[in-house]
Each structure stands twice: as C-alpha cells, then as structure tokens.
Design a protein around this ligand. Sequence first.
Ligand code: ADP
Length: 443
Amino acid sequence: MSPNARSAWFRTLGQLLLVLALGLAAGLLLGQPWPALTAAALGVVAWHYWRLRGVLLRLTARQRLAPPSGEGVWNELDRLLYRSQAEMRTRKRRLLAMLRAYRAAAAALPDAIVVVDRDTQRVLWFNEAATPLLGLHYPRHQGAALVAALRPLPLAQWLAAGRNAEPLTDVASPVDPGMRLNLRLIPYSEELWLLVARDVTRTMRLEHMRRDFVANVSHELRTPLTVIHGYLEMLDPDDKPDWAPMLAEMQRQSQRMNQLVEDLLTLSRLEAQDHLPEEHVAMGPMLATLRREAEALSQGRHRISAVDEVGLDLLGSNKELHSAFSNLVSNAIRYTPAGGEIVIRFAREPEGCASLSVRDTGYGIPAAHLPRITERFYRVSNSRSRESGGTGLGLAIVKHVLGLHHARLEIASEVGKGSVFACRFGPERLLPRDSRHADASAA
Ligand code: ADP
C-alpha cells in the first residue's frame, strides 16, 4: 500500500471514531443516541462522496482511469493520483530539459540573436554571439534600451518601421567598424521582436573583390576598344566594296562591346555608392525628353505618348533617374513590334506614392522569367536581345538606381499582350513643382 493510501485510511478511520464519539455524546445528552449517530454517519458519507466526486472528475478529465487492482477503490484512486503527480513531475523535468536544449542551441548559433520587448524596445535576452558581434554583455545590457546599447548603429528609424523594416545590409559592427553586419528584425509575437545580426565581413570582402575586378577589367578594355572602334570608323566601305558587309558587322560588334563596357562601368559605379545627389528632378522636362528619345529610337514605327497625372517633381539624381527611365523606354521600343503602342505615364499611387511607368503592347514576358529578369545578363530570349542591341544589363542598372532612391521596380507582363514597368517612389521623394527647375532643365 502506498504511503498516501495508508494515510487516507487512517484519516477515514479517525473521522469515523470521531463521529462515533460525537454521536454517542449527543445521544447521551438527548437520551436517544441513534438519530444523532445516523446524522453524523450520513455527514461523513456525504463528505467522502464529494471528495470522491472531485477525484473522479479530475481523473475523467485526464482520461487516465487504470483498471481496478482489487485493493479497493480508495487505494486505486490514490495510486492514480500519485501516478499523475509523478507523471507531471516527469513532464516538467522533460520540458525544462527541452527549454535548456533550445537555449543551448540559440547560444551556439554563430548569428547574434537578441530578444527585444516591442513596446519598450528593451533587451530581454541575447545569446553568446551577441557579445563579439554587437558588444552586448550580461548583466549590463539585460533590460537596456536597444538603440542606446547598440550605438552608433542607426537603429531608431529602423525600429520605428517595425514589421515593415527592410533588412539593414552591410553596416559596421559597434564592436569593430571593420566587421560588417547584416541586421534583420523579426516580429515573432505580439510583444516580442527578434533581432538577428549576421557577420558578413568575408562575403562583403569577396563582393568588393568581384566588384573591383569587373570595374578594372571594364576600364582596361575601354582604351583598346576605343582605338579599334576609331580605326573601323576610318575605314571607308567604298574603298573595298567586297569588305563592306564585314566592315559593317565589325562596326556593329565593336559598338556592342563599347556599350557593354559602359554598362558594366555604370553598374560598378552604382554598386560602389550608398547614396546619390539629392537634386530637384523636374518631371515635366523629363517626360518630354523621354518621349523625344523614344520617337528617335522608334523612327515612326510605334505610337508614343507621355502623360503627367501628378504635377509634382522628384527628389533624386537627375542623371541616374534619366538613365533608368530611358532604359525602360528603350526596352519598350526594342521589344515591341512595329505598329505597337508605348505609353510613358507619371501617375499617383495609393499611400501618397507616385510611379513613372512605361507600358508597351509588345512581346511580353512569361511569368516564370519575371523573378529573375533584373539579374545581370538574364534574358528571356538571347537572340532577340542581341538582335535589338541589348547588353543584358539594362534592368540591373534600373534596379540599382531605384534602390538608391528607396524606390521599387514593379513589373506586370502578359505574353503576346505587352508589359508595364513601373518605378514606384515613396511620398518622401515627391516635391512640389517648381517653375525655376522646369526652366533650368528645359534650357
Ligand atoms: P537587354 O539589354 O537584353 O534588353 P535588360 O536588362 O534591359 O537587357 O532586359 C533583360 C531582359 O528582359 C531582356 O533581354 C528581355 O528579354 C526582357 N525585357 C525587358 N524589357 C522588356 C519589355 N518591355 N518587353 C519584353 N521583354 C522585356
């Protein structure tokens, strides 16, 4: 018999004796012992009934009633109770072990992980990697304000964006400016955020090497190409009529190589920058220029129009925005057969945004290609791109320019119907139209 069962029997026996004694005393006082004895015995039975009912309810809720062992119902119930308590203790131990294992796993991660209270923006917990990567130490930084703890990282605005915060890429670690970090904010419950910092120093170094290599090669190729191109220009096909087709092809190819080198240099230059000049970009003259360029490229083969529905200007780099927009216009002309229509539109968008879009009625792009279309040298059709004089770098340049303006490229396309490439600018990029700038740009 278990110790619990034994003490329950003793308790019950004690209560019965007490009832008997009380009943006898009451009977002696009243001269009639049996009614008092019966009432006391019924009281004991009722008390035990309620106790038994409580135990049964608990056990039924758990659906764990074991087959009776023949030692009596009290014994059985006590055994079950004892077992469920032991089970609870085992489960608690197992949960604690799991919790410790999760903590150990988080601590062993090479990325820094910081749990942040969303309302107070204070540090609740961080793993071991947060010390070498972010300079957080126990107990000093537990409960500290995150922005102050990670100064000089520019986190105030980033945290304010909350759920919509874009990852911060290639920022200097507060511990060592030579260490480069990528930061991500993951809201994982109503109250808690997870800040994940990854050391990308090595990746960034390799990326810089790749960038420098491409820029150096392109730069080195520029001079010999200019010389070859110059000599080819000097050759007159009329002097050697047999060579005329060859000469024309050589000129076309050297022109293509020149364009390739120029585009690669443009990309390298854009990649090396983290911001561009903030100028007043007059959109009236910009639309007029784009339309003129489109007409020159099309040479009357397309219907072209430019519409301004915004009446505002943009804040950004005149030169780079013009280069991005004219890339889109040139694509629209090159990938739209004669007779098609091109519409350049500056329109208002929800949430105070505005977009410069180029719509064509050309070949369109199959949906499967859209996710990769802005990668350098990615083409839907190699032959069509080459025939039309493309380098495969145009959309990569557009994406970079827009990224530097915190703007987005949105693409919608249907095969056989045409495409819309829209550059979407946030409200912070919109400026009231200023006639002085319009005049200056037109001049
Ligand atoms: P490319 O110099 O080859 O035009 P881009 O980077 O400008 O390079 O464009 C990448 C690819 O996207 C193109 O090769 C083409 O297949 C496709 N593309 C771009 N713009 C359009 C468009 N307006 N209509 C159809 N396809 C397009």
